[in-house]
Design a binder for this molecule. Structure first.
Ligand code: PMP
Length: 397
């Protein structure tokens, strides 16, 4: 009956993670998967989220279904977080927001919506991008193309080439943009470059789709929402999928949202209706618990302040690891410029290592990176950063 079903080759990053788990070497170091680990190598339970959970559990009673679009308190808390409370687009009722099953779910609901209402639009992805972007949009039967992004010679951004490619894109093309902390490279647009991008998006009537999976890991919670706020201030219509997996360390609770900024309230209402329909025929409605943790943290002034300090701490710890890695590598390989480790933002850095060098790191030193050379800097800690830097210096030859 199922003879014709082809084997699933597996997800390269998740497979690597499984190989790491099976590796018997006690000193092995996992810098492959995109998870924030604390200095003791553990996934943190944030005290603000723990306290929110205590309150949610204490108040919990019956477990009704949520509406298709999710919990109202979570949705409005997300809107305030992304746009800033009282933003004119929110006040005008121009933003349609649904609670999603992680931001992956938000990307998928958005992709299905785009296929239904913009069936001829292709989706432009940065070169490179998170592998699952292509999988999600192609899975919604949309054509994916790419625009230049990462500059391998400088470890920076090919901004002019990016703008040129977008200027040549057909009208109403969808442009997937990482709002901060680009995955996999760590290379972001500067605020000035975001401002330069706006007329390109406007003139070509492009449809921006922001992916904000690492809010707080770049420059801060507010700072990392700047791209969202800029596009909203400029009056553009766009999509934004955001995640709490990393920022609240709520990976398995699958907390995220999708917001669509529309020209007016009437259109926003119709868009929300169609998003609900997409959800209804996929999974009907989102789960209750995780979204309520998010709503509690964001909705209580004390917990919100606690969370902000916790996110600041995670970001600063990553920054300290970047400094430490940079210091050891610069000392061991004085002829080489490792400055990109300091300028790149967020959880990831493109190390510039070749697949063969990445294989050597794993086989000889037990240091696991993705074969593209992507390193999850958030997997470094005071106990393993020096060993990692030494191993890297060795394979760099
Ligand atoms: N977008 C990007 C760029 C990501 O790196 C990730 C997680 N690896 C996601 C979206 C999805 O995150 P989640 O579904 O856990 O919210």
């Amino acid at each position: 009956m199922f003879q014709h079903v082809e084997p699933y080759p597996g997800d390269p990053i998740l497979s690597l993670n499984e190989a790491f788990q099976k590796d018997p070497r006690p000193q092995r170091i996992n810098l492959s998967i995109g998870i924030y680990f604390d200095d003791a190598g553990r996934i943190p339970m944030l005290p603000s989220v723990r306290e929110a959970e205590r309150r949610v559990v204490e108040a919990a009673g019956a477990r009704p279904y949520l509406p298709m679009e999710g919990a109202a308190n979570m949705r409005s808390a997300v809107q305030d977080l992304l746009f800033g409370a009282g933003h004119p687009a929110l006040a005008a009722g121009r933003v349609a927001t649904i609670q999603s099953v992680g931001s992956s779910g938000g990307l998928k609901v958005g992709a299905d919506f785009i296929k239904r209402w913009f069936p001829d639009s292709a989706v432009y992805l940065s070169d490179p991008t998170w592998d699952n972007h292509r999988a999600v949009f192609e899975g919604a039967f949309l054509e994916c193309r790419s625009y230049p992004y990462y500059d391998a010679t400088t470890g920076g951004l090919r901004f002019d080439a990016m703008c040129e490619a977008l200027r040549a894109a057909p009208e109403r093309s969808v442009v997937l943009l990482h709002a901060c902390c680009h995955n996999p490279t760590g290379v972001d647009l500067t605020p000035a470059q975001w401002r330069e991008l706006v007329p390109v998006l406007r003139e070509r009537r492009l449809i921006p789709f922001l992916d904000l999976a690492y809010q707080g890991y770049g420059d801060g919670i507010e700072e990392d929402a700047q791209a969202v706020r800029l596009l909203a201030d400029e009056g553009l219509g766009f999509f934004v999928a955001n995640s709490f997996s990393k920022s609240m360390s709520l990976y398995g609770e699958r907390c995220g949202a999708l917001s669509v900024v529309c020209p007016d309230a009437a259109q926003a209402e119709r868009v929300l209706g169609q998003l609900k329909f997409t959800i209804r025929r996929n999974y009907s409605n989102p789960p209750l618990h995780g979204g309520q943790l998010v709503a509690r943290v964001l909705g209580d002034a004390d917990l919100r302040a606690m969370w902000q300090a916790e996110v600041d701490g995670m970001r600063q710890r990553i920054q300290a690891m970047r400094q430490a890695l940079h210091a050891v590598l610069s000392a061991k390989r004085p002829g080489r410029d490792f400055g990109y480790f300091l300028t790149q933002r967020g959880m990831f850095s493109y190390t510039g290592l070749s697949p063969a060098q990445v294989d050597r790191l794993k086989d000889e030193f037990g240091v696991y990176l993705v074969r593209s050379g992507r390193m999850c800097v958030a997997g470094l800690n005071t106990g393993n950063v020096e060993a990692t830097a030494n191993a890297m210096a060795a394979v760099l030859g």
